[in-house]
Design a protein around this ligand. Structure first.
Ligand code: COA
Length: 181
């Protein structure tokens, strides 16, 4: 049994340890990690914790990014479950809860770099046909996108540059630029 709750400052070391165990301590060199250097998206740093000990057993965070410096989107991950607690539904519960919360918070698009078999059940599909690209090396088919609001991908029509960019590059006039695109 576990509960999903917001990550607190006291969880920081446990969360780092879970990510070390899940991805190795050299993970920060991978393409997708370059987008996780700024602050995490508000309300979207989640842990699954034991009901009694309340220690994080799994972690999922989302980062704000932009598509082409204009369209706001979320980047899902890292998602890591304690090796001794895998296969108990914690990963799936965190992803389902996180996406639902992201939708409630008004996010319209979410991207992920991960195994397509894991993310397809949530509606993710390859970002390639939508022209959304991750700058840097990534295995074919792993970069995926899901609409949190119907029509969010169509709203990118006219946006020529669909390269993923860190959130800090979002343009001040993003809303008007997107609707004009
Ligand atoms: C991948 C990971 C998060 C799964 O968490 P989990 O709590 O064990 O997963 P759940 O119990 O919720 O779900 C189990 C299901 O996911 C599938 N699954 C587990 N790992 C998978 C993987 N790497 N790729 C595809 N499917 C996977 C299982 O086969 C199982 O499928 P089923 O529901 O059809 O039986 C966990 O193994 C982990 O932390 N791995 C190391 C870090 C990592 O790879 N993170 C994901 C990056 S995309």
């Amino acid at each position: 049994m576990f509960q999903i709750r917001l990550q607190t400052p006291a969880d920081a070391i446990a969360v780092e340890t879970l990510n070390d165990l899940g991805f190795g301590s050299n993970r920060h060199g991978r393409t997708v990690w370059r987008f996780r250097q700024g602050p995490v998206a508000d309300g979207l740093a989640l842990v699954a914790a034991g009901l009694e000990a309340d220690t994080p057993l799994a972690t999922l965070r989302f980062w704000p990014v932009t598509i082409g410096g204009i369209a706001p989107a979320l980047l899902l991950g890292p998602l890591a479950v304690c090796p001794t607690r895998r296969g108990q539904g914690m990963g799936r519960a965190l992803v389902g809860h996180g996406l639902s919360k992201a939708r409630d918070l008004g996010w319209t698009l979410c991207l992920v770099s991960g195994d397509p078999r894991y993310y397809q059940p949530y509606g993710f599909s390859s970002a390639d046909p939508h022209g959304i690209t991750l700058p840097g090396p990534i295995e074919a088919g792993r970069f995926q996108v899901v609409e949190l609001t119907p029509g969010a991908l169509a709203a990118l029509d006219g946006l020529a540059d669909r390269t993923l960019q860190p959130w800090r590059w979002v343009r001040a006039d993003s809303t008007s630029a997107l609707s004009a695109a």
